[in-house]
Design a protein. Structure first.
Length: 109
């Protein structure tokens, strides 16, 4: 659900929301290095027990990928972001407040 795509050169990057076997939605990521002909193994980038939705993706250079999404952690809505030079690091909660944060957007220059 709600796929997002970014491309540069031969590389195509895709994120989407998928329900895991545990029943919660997580954000997944896959990359193609051959113009989208085939994709490598998908990676669960949110990988938590909360609901993760509304992913956005952008790239800078050939390998710097940035993905953001909304996490519903402990009944609170926060915005998380993860960066990569392949492989991904640890997600960071960038809103980190007691209020509701939603509808993330991301861009690079």
């Amino acid at each position: 659900m709600e796929p997002e795509i970014a491309a540069i050169g031969n590389n195509v990057y895709v994120t989407w929301e998928d329900e895991t076997p545990a029943g919660n939605a997580d954000i997944f990521f896959a990359v193609s290095t051959n113009n989208g002909t085939s994709f490598g193994t998908s990676i669960n980038v949110s990988n938590n027990t909360s609901t993760s939705v509304n992913s956005q993706i952008t790239i800078s250079g050939n390998n710097n990928v940035y993905v953001t999404w909304r996490d519903d952690i402990l009944g609170n809505r926060d915005i998380s972001v993860i960066t990569s030079a392949q492989p991904f690091g640890t997600p960071v909660n960038i809103s980190n407040n007691p209020g509701i944060s939603q509808n993330p957007q991301i861009a690079t220059s």
